[in-house]
Design a binder for this molecule. Structure first.
Ligand SMILES: [Zn+2]
Length: 87
């Protein structure tokens, strides 16, 4: 028997509703196997969404962005009149 599982990315709100085998899904929820072998038909992104509630795009971004996040913010702060000389 199949069921539709509603998944939603907590970062960007991206939604997916894959149809999954109920028994397999319950087993996976109970930690009885790896998602890759239990749902080989799902895409990596959908599996990521099931595991961490984060879609593939946001997941990639989290790791790609570690060093150069918020560039625009840094530039805005550069012009900062904090007035007064140190002497
Ligand atoms: Zn997302």
């Amino acid at each position: 028997m199949k069921t539709t599982v509603a998944l939603k990315c907590t970062k960007c709100g991206h939604e997916e509703m894959p149809e999954l085998d109920v028994e397999t899904y319950v087993q996976w929820k109970a930690g009885e196997g790896r998602i890759q072998t239990m749902f080989p038909e799902l895409s990596d992104d959908t599996r990521e969404l099931m595991i961490s509630s984060i879609c593939g795009q946001c997941f990639d971004r989290m790791f790609a962005d570690e060093d150069d996040a918020d560039e625009s913010e840094d530039m805005a702060n550069e012009v900062d009149e904090d007035g007064g000389e140190p002497w």
